[in-house]
Write a protein that binds this ligand. Structure first.
Ligand SMILES: CC(C)(COP(=O)(O)OP(=O)(O)OC[C@H]1O[C@@H](n2cnc3c(N)ncnc32)[C@H](O)[C@@H]1OP(=O)(O)O)[C@@H](O)C(=O)NCCC(=O)NCCS
Length: 140
């Protein structure tokens, strides 16, 4: 608990992250989504998301939360670019990010040693004008 409290104090003090709870239709807290490393000079930030229970994956909650967080980042914070890194073999996550307008920007080759092997990280990003296009198409 002491460590959690310390983390929370530092989170508030740094002021570079906003973490939101993802709540399902029945009111259950099913995950978190965050806008991190907010840089107001270059108007950019990074995004992280997790839905805890595997049984709730693939039901649209992730994409819904991502578009909501992007709306906050672009419309409330006035950012220009939101980026993220994802394991390139995380097909579900990549497909959810693409659905929300993220584009592949590059690959950090064999960047992380996980499950006994070096794995690639895909760098993805989306821009404010791309989010506006998404809204026009009615995806958001
Ligand atoms: C990544 C994550 C947030 C996505 O949220 P989600 O609610 O599962 O995603 P959605 O249901 O909104 O969209 C998933 C898309 O992937 C597709 N998909 C689902 N299962 C898939 C599979 N096994 N293989 C490929 N694509 C798949 C779905 O078709 C869906 O696209 P569609 O709506 O066009 O059909 C969630 O799965 C999660 O928390 N995973 C564990 C943590 C994680 O990987 N976080 C990301 C770290 S960068």
């Amino acid at each position: 608990m002491a460590e959690e409290e310390k983390w929370y104090e530092e989170y508030l003090k740094a002021g570079k992250s906003k973490i939101f709870a993802i709540i399902s239709k029945d009111g259950t807290h099913i995950g978190n989504i965050g806008i991190h490393n907010t840089d107001h000079v270059n108007r950019r930030a990074t995004l992280g998301i997790i839905i805890g229970q595997k049984s709730l994956w693939g039901k649209g909650y992730g994409s819904d939360a991502i578009t909501t967080a992007l709306r906050y980042a672009f419309k409330d914070l006035g950012l220009h670019k939101v980026s993220l890194k994802v394991f390139s073999n995380n097909v579900r996550a990549v497909s959810s990010y693409e659905k929300c307008g993220f584009k592949k920007e590059g690959v950090e080759r064999e960047q992380v040693f996980k499950d006994g092997k070096f794995q690639d990280l895909l760098v993805m990003s989306t821009l404010d004008r791309e989010f506006d296009e998404l809204v026009k198409k009615g995806v958001e």
